[in-house]
Design a binder for this molecule. Structure first.
Ligand code: ASP
Ligand code: MG
Length: 441
């Protein structure tokens, strides 16, 4: 069995869906199971409509329904095949506009419609074009999650339930088109994995169905040496290890959702990243051991919109347990720290810019003088053996100096494969090309 995930751009209209059909047909002997995203743009529209309904009291499903109707028409589907979903979206928006509240729970319920509708369209298109297919909601195939709305994860042991339900519900001669992104709690409430989370749904299904491989179909030639929208000559990376790919995904690698690899790692299932628009390109294969690309560095990733919290305090001097107290406060406030750097009397920590950071600062003031700066970017250089490479730091920081980029925090050595540092958001357009040139020539 082969699990294939197609993202929003891969299923955005009939032309793209047709490419997906041909790719699937070409792999039919490997028993493909598809996990699909919503048509590109629909999830954004659903979420926007939800917030707008809460803020203005006006329910407006127009933009969502317009786009979905135009895909139906483009794909030659019965224009009324999604009417029940349309009504439910309108009802839900009306409800949100009445209570003037878009809770995480409501937004999950609402945003999950994108996948539920797109999978119906894709299955209908496939079947009419000769590939017998059926759409399934992931939650009807054992994808039952916890109650963390907005970032729900499947309950432990889901793999067994998934294999069971799949065996029971999916006919042998049918290609299953399964919704990415959405799940359901055991109480029947709809949940989502979080934005761009369909990759994760796919690897969960790969794990549950003991797939030979999980293919992630997107719009780049696999994982690239740097963000191709910024670097024109970014190259595709043929092989990577799970560890390298996890670092990259976490630090803004953009191709994979950060949690994607966890289920694959657990079951040791290779993940292959491929391009729907160039299916003949070999893309990137990600495995336990990775492989040798003949390059010292695998890739450069960056994550913008980061904040730095600094605490200066003489209380730190020779005080065991000081940081434990600080992290206790941060943990309660739900702040997820990425980089950390300490001196005798100060500690700086980075985290994503969250709306509640001013409150967090107040809570931390019990420990000393606290400052908060925002608009920072973590840049992360990933390679098989970054820690052992003499002169790499010199290369990286010389390139940055030569392009007039100031570096604030540096972290290397927490693991062998990652060198990360902090710059201003505004310096990205100078820093990334300079680094790419210095490291990849
Ligand atoms: N449709 C969802 C989103 O746009 C999930 C995904 O595409 O992976 O975030
Ligand atoms: Mg994606």
């Amino acid at each position: 069995m082969l699990v294939m995930k197609f993202g929003g751009t891969s299923v955005k209209d009939a032309t793209q869906i047709h490419k997906v059909l041909e790719i699937t047909r070409g792999r039919i002997k490997r028993k493909p199971v598809l996990v699909c995203s919503a048509h590109k743009g629909i999830t954004d529209k659903l979420i926007q409509a939800g917030h707008k309904a809460a803020q203005t009291g006006v329910p407006d499903a127009g933009p969502i329904l317009d786009q979905q109707r135009s895909v139906l028409k483009d794909a030659g589907c019965d224009p009324h095949m999604l009417d029940a979903y349309f009504r439910e979206i309108e009802d839900l928006l009306r409800g949100i506009s009445l209570v003037r509240e878009a809770s995480k729970r409501s937004i999950d319920y609402l945003s999950g419609f994108g996948e539920r509708m797109s999978c119906r369209v894709i299955a209908d298109y496939f079947t009419r074009h000769g590939l017998k297919s059926e759409a399934f909601d992931a939650f009807d195939l054992g994808y039952i999650t916890d109650e963390n709305f907005g970032s729900a994860r499947p309950l432990p042991g889901y793999e067994v339930k998934m294999a069971e339900e799949f065996g029971r519900r999916v006919g042998k001669d049918v290609t299953a088109i399964i919704t990415g992104f959405v799940g359901k709690t055991s109480n029947g409430e709809l949940t989502t994995v979080g934005r761009n989370g369909s990759d994760f749904t796919a690897t969960c299904f790969a794990a549950g169905l003991s797939a030979e491989e999980c293919e992630i179909w997107t719009d780049t030639d696999g994982v690239m040496t740097a963000d191709p929208s910024l670097i024109k000559d970014a190259r595709s990376i043929p092989v990577m290890s799970f560890a390298e790919a996890s670092e990259l995904a976490y630090y803004g690698g953009r191709v994979l959702h950060p949690s994607t690899l966890l289920p694959a790692i657990k079951r040791n299932i290779p993940v292959r990243v491929l391009n729907t628009n160039r299916p003949e390109h070999p893309g990137t294969v990600i495995t336990e051991s990775g492989g040798d690309n003949g390059l010292p560095i695998t890739s450069i990733a960056y994550k913008e919109g980061q904040a730095v919290i600094t605490i200066e305090s003489t209380m730190m001097l020779g005080q065991p347990g000081f940081l434990a107290k600080v992290f206790d406060v941060l943990g309660r406030d739900g702040v997820d720290i990425d980089m950390i750097s300490t001196s005798e009397v100060s500690v700086s920590m980075t985290c994503p810019e969250l709306p509640n950071l001013n409150v967090v600062v107040k809570h931390l003031e019990q420990f000393g003088r606290v400052s908060l700066v925002t608009d920072k970017t973590i840049v992360c250089v990933v390679g098989k053996n970054v820690r052992e490479q003499k002169g790499l730091g010199a290369k990286v920081f010389t390139a940055l100096r030569d392009s007039d980029v100031n570096v604030e925090m540096i972290s290397q050595g927490a693991n062998k494969i990652n060198l990360s540092f902090l710059i201003d958001d505004a310096a990205i357009p100078r820093a990334i090309p300079a680094l790419h040139k210095a490291l990849f020539g």
